[in-house]
Design a protein around this ligand. Structure first.
Ligand SMILES: *[C@@H]1O[C@H](CO)[C@@H](O)[C@H](O)[C@H]1NC(C)=O
Ligand SMILES: *[C@@H]1O[C@H](CO)[C@@H](O)[C@H](O)[C@H]1NC(C)=O
Ligand SMILES: *[C@@H]1O[C@H](CO)[C@@H](O)[C@H](O)[C@H]1NC(C)=O
Ligand SMILES: *[C@@H]1O[C@H](CO)[C@@H](O)[C@H](O)[C@H]1NC(C)=O
Ligand SMILES: *[C@@H]1O[C@H](CO)[C@@H](O)[C@H](O)[C@H]1NC(C)=O
Ligand SMILES: *[C@@H]1O[C@H](CO)[C@@H](O)[C@H](O)[C@H]1NC(C)=O
Ligand SMILES: *[C@@H]1O[C@H](CO)[C@@H](O)[C@H](O)[C@H]1NC(C)=O
Ligand SMILES: *[C@@H]1O[C@H](CO)[C@@H](O)[C@H](O)[C@H]1NC(C)=O
Ligand SMILES: *[C@@H]1O[C@H](CO)[C@@H](O)[C@H](O)[C@H]1NC(C)=O
Ligand SMILES: *[C@@H]1O[C@H](CO)[C@@H](O)[C@H](O)[C@H]1NC(C)=O
Ligand SMILES: *[C@@H]1O[C@H](CO)[C@@H](O)[C@H](O)[C@H]1NC(C)=O
Ligand SMILES: *[C@@H]1O[C@H](CO)[C@@H](O)[C@H](O)[C@H]1NC(C)=O
Length: 745
């Protein structure tokens, strides 16, 4: 395929997405055509048997005409709208006089509109010509009705102006409720005086916007299509009577009946804030906050402030702000800003230092030391020593903190210093001497499995030195429970930022992309660049922290595994967090690096959609985000599930690329997923494009098409583990037992 063809396909793909982003509601009965040419045909109208409400609403479509023609009876249709109007092309009466043989050529058209009536407010009757009598006759109910005008003689074209004031042209309003119309045209004196410039006269009904021009006097052969507006309604009775019989009443859910219409019958109308076809399936709520599908329907200052409600929306300021959130007013920060903080995690090479510190203590206070020694052993100090023996100590200086020091830093573990709680324990904010902020993680209970994780984390972190990994500053083994001291990461977890409405709104696409690239970079580093490959095993948004500058810091290595270089997979007890758990790993218990890739894929989707990885409050099919994402993309509905404010014209392509990447990460078979290195490189490449939009995306058109059409060669549900993934494995909690490192292999 040539480059040009690829480009074209890519552009077409973009257009397709643009057009599918707008939800198209079924306007015709299922199985029926909903348009003819470019005329849309909504129910109660229909083309073909069974598609219309009854014969009064039958539309015919001549597909072989060019352009395709739509008819209501014999009259051509311009458009049909659900608000009770159908625009037809007017039937034109003509009366022509041929001077040469004195013959007269005329028609006397009439048309019936069933129970429909010509709109009296939107049309006028118009006659054009000189020396002309023009009549319009019709019925109002059963009464015959005739009106018309007599046009003056006009000796030359000069006496005629363009205002249709009675010379050469006349117009009169249409009476209410006119049906079954006939036009009659005639002349007084065989037009002997006027044939020079006007051999024909015309009469027709036309919509008010139509303007007369004196050139029509010279020739008006019907090549101009003249639209007229016809009112339509259903039923034969008033709203009150019709509504009494539910089985025949045509106004379905969330619609109101309108009987103010001037003839027989009634109309149905969606309630304010609802859309759809009230005659067919009823109306459904318009999501004013979905700026992709319904742009310009809300006036909140930021899309993230908008909260959809049934039939309406409100603007809501995020936590910590007040105001009405509308354009021009916005949200004002509260006086007391809730400082939300959380913990961090990282580096240590506590190893030998821990031991020597312990020895040092021994010299100081014998009695206390005895106790501390006990704790140290209990807390896995010896295990830690063993683990680290033989490993080269990192150049990072890890500190042994005294119990006293940490107690002071946290005001004796005061409630007010708590910044996070979890299954693992409690995280406190601490202020060390010199005003250094740290996060202190205190295990909840002394439980052997916790100790193992604790040691594991120290061991793993001692292998890593990366700017996007939370730094472990040191630890304290003297307390009854072990304490870890981390750098303080001020801006909380990525999870909070995605799932808090206010915060999500202030996190633009560029930042999201950077965070994913940074996280992918860390995982890629763990898998390949670190001295011993490490599998994180618990990649999720709550384990990605953000600092003041929204720089990603990956944390929580309690579940991580070091993978000996000569082994590519490990048999382990399945461990991880539901919603992020690799289905293949779940199935086989074979841990590989690709499990992290899967979890990272879920993080990507979470950032794209703003939805939680596992949502028990959602309907069955939306519960597992990964599953829902794949099925939505397969149905070509990617843009429906994206975080509403994310997409704009500039980043559409990028978002599609990231979605594509996420799909690859979520492949059921691990071997079909890309490596973390590949993922990181791809994300870096996309970031480059963001900075330099002229860089060609070089998209793989085949994949793009697959993304759009939702055809997947390898769908999640074929994977065997999709049968209610979320429920069957409820017993697997985050951070269950992990085998000691040296035995697990
Ligand atoms: C339908 O197509 C014709 C030409 O093919 C165009 O003149 C007309 O405006 C179109 N109508 C609508 C409603 O798009
Ligand atoms: C449809 O249009 C074509 C071309 O104008 C005409 O020949 C044919 O008779 C029409 N068919 C019907 C069913 O009106
Ligand atoms: C009316 O006159 C014009 C020229 O003035 C001529 O082209 C046209 O064919 C005439 N129409 C009829 C119906 O005689
Ligand atoms: C409509 O007009 C036609 C022809 O003039 C006539 O036969 C028919 O009875 C009229 N229908 C009604 C309802 O007035
Ligand atoms: C008009 O023409 C018709 C026949 O073409 C003729 O019977 C009639 O008398 C003429 N009227 C006038 C006023 O010339
Ligand atoms: C179609 O239904 C309308 C009521 O909506 C009724 O007035 C009309 O007579 C019906 N027409 C036919 C052909 O049954
Ligand atoms: C409602 O309409 C159906 C169908 O026309 C009819 O059979 C039924 O008797 C009507 N019910 C009432 C309460 O009018
Ligand atoms: C929707 O809410 C706005 C104010 O939030 C109000 O002005 C408007 O009238 C409401 N619309 C409807 C249909 O209730
Ligand atoms: C009215 O609209 C709401 C929101 O779209 C929808 O959930 C509900 O089913 C609708 N009611 C009916 C009777 O269709
Ligand atoms: C989080 O980051 C934003 C943007 O840099 C900053 O305005 C805000 O103060 C930070 N929040 C905290 C709690 O540090
Ligand atoms: C955030 O960025 C500013 C300016 O680049 C820098 O001075 C500051 O140290 C950064 N903060 C963190 C926590 O990295
Ligand atoms: C899910 O598993 C249960 C029991 O293993 C089985 O009865 C059921 O048919 C499965 N459902 C699907 C959709 O595969």
């Amino acid at each position: 395929m040539g480059l040009y063809a690829m480009l074209l396909q890519f552009m077409l793909a973009g257009l397709l997405v643009a057009s599918t982003a707008v939800p198209v509601t079924a306007q015709a009965r299922s199985g029926c055509p909903d348009h003819c040419g470019n005329v849309s045909v909504p129910f109660p109208f229909g083309i073909g048997e069974g598609c219309y409400f009854n014969a009064s609403f039958e539309i015919t479509c001549n597909q072989s005409a060019v352009p395709v023609q739509t008819f209501y009876g014999d009259v051509a249709v311009e458009s049909i709208s659900l608000n009770g109007e159908i625009r037809l092309f007017s039937v034109i009466a003509h009366h022509c006089y041929k001077k040469s043989d004195q013959s007269v050529l005329h028609n006397k058209p009439w048309f019936r509109l069933g129970q429909f009536t010509i709109s009296d407010t939107q049309n006028k009757f118009m006659a054009i010509g000189c020396d002309t009598v023009a009549l319009i006759q019709g019925y109002r109910g059963n009464d015959r009705y005739t009106t018309g005008c007599i046009l003056s003689l006009c000796e030359s074209l000069r006496v005629v102006d363009d205002s249709c004031s009675g010379v050469g042209c006349c117009q009169i309003p249409i009476p209410k409720g006119l049906e079954n119309i006939t036009f009659t045209l005639g002349s007084y004196i065989n037009r002997t005086d006027v044939t020079e410039f006007n051999n024909c006269s015309y009469a027709f009904v036309v919509e008010n916007e139509f303007t007369f021009s004196r050139k029509y006097l010279q020739g008006f052969q019907g090549e101009t299509k003249l639209p007229m507006v016809v009112d339509w309604a259903v039923g034969d009775e008033s709203c009150e009577l019709a509504a009494q019989n539910k089985s025949t009443f045509l106004c379905k859910g969330n619609s109101t009946c309108d009987g103010s219409y001037n003839a027989r019958g009634y109309r149905c109308k969606c309630e304010d804030g609802y859309q759809g076809n009230p005659y067919l399936d009823g109306c459904y709520d318009i999501n004013e906050c979905n700026t992709i599908a319904n742009p310009g329907l809300h006036d909140c200052e930021k899309p993230g402030y908008c909260v959809n409600e049934l039939g309406n929306y409100t603007c809501k300021c995020p936590k910590g702000y007040h105001g009405d959130g509308r354009k021009g007013k916005g949200c004002i920060p509260n006086q007391i800003q809730l400082v939300e903080i959380t913990l961090g995690v990282t580096i240590c090479s506590v190893a030998v230092v821990a031991g020597s510190a312990w020895l040092f203590m021994l010299h100081k206070k014998r009695k206390l030391i005895k106790l501390k020694e006990k704790f140290f052993k209990q807390n896995g100090g010896l295990m830690l020593q063993q683990q680290l023996a033989g490993r080269e100590a990192s150049s990072e200086t890890a500190k042994i903190f005294t119990a006293e020091e940490l107690k002071r830093a946290t005001s004796n573990y005061d409630e007010s210093m708590i910044v996070g709680r979890g299954g693992y324990g409690i995280v406190y904010k601490g202020i060390l001497e010199g005003n250094n902020m740290v996060a202190i993680k205190k295990s909840k209970i002394v439980d052997q499995s916790q100790i193992v994780q604790f040691i594991n984390e120290v061991v793993v972190l001692s292998q890593i030195n990366h700017r996007n990994v939370v730094k472990l500053l040191g630890c304290c083994l003297e307390e009854e429970v072990p304490l870890l001291v981390y750098e303080f990461v001020a801006n909380g977890t990525l999870f909070d930022h995605i799932h808090d409405e206010g915060k999500a709104a202030t996190m633009p696409w560029g930042t999201r992309l950077r965070i994913t690239a940074e996280t992918a970079g860390v995982l890629s580093y763990l898998h390949s660049a670190a001295s011993i490959p490490i599998i994180h095993r618990d990649v999720k948004t709550t384990n990605i922290l953000l600092d003041d500058n929204y720089t990603a810091k990956v944390s929580d290595f309690g579940a991580s595994r070091l993978v000996p270089v000569d082994q590519t997979q490990l048999s382990t007890m399945v461990q991880g967090t539901l919603g992020y758990l690799d289905p293949e790993y779940l199935h086989t218990s074979q841990l590989t690096e690709k499990s992290d890739v899967y979890s990272f894929g879920v993080v990507l989707v979470e950032l794209l959609t703003g939805r939680k990885a596992l949502a028990f409050d959602k309907p069955e099919e939306e519960r597992s985000l990964a599953k829902y994402f794949l099925s939505s993309v397969r149905k070509g509905r990617l843009f429906d599930i994206l975080e509403s404010h994310l997409v704009d014209e500039e980043n559409r392509d990028q978002i599609m690329e990231v979605a594509k990447l996420a799909m690859r990460c979520l492949e059921v078979k691990g071997e079909e997923r890309p490596s973390m290195k590949e993922v990181a490189m791809e994300l870096e490449r996309l970031r480059l494009i963001e900075k330099h939009p002229w860089v060609n995306l070089g998209s793989n058109s085949e994949e793009t098409e697959y993304l759009l059409n939702g055809k997947s060669s390898n769908s999640y549900s074929n994977g065997g583990s999709s049968n209610n993934t979320s429920c069957g494995y409820d017993s697997i909690k985050s951070h269950v037992i992990i085998l000691p490192l040296d035995k697990g292999r």
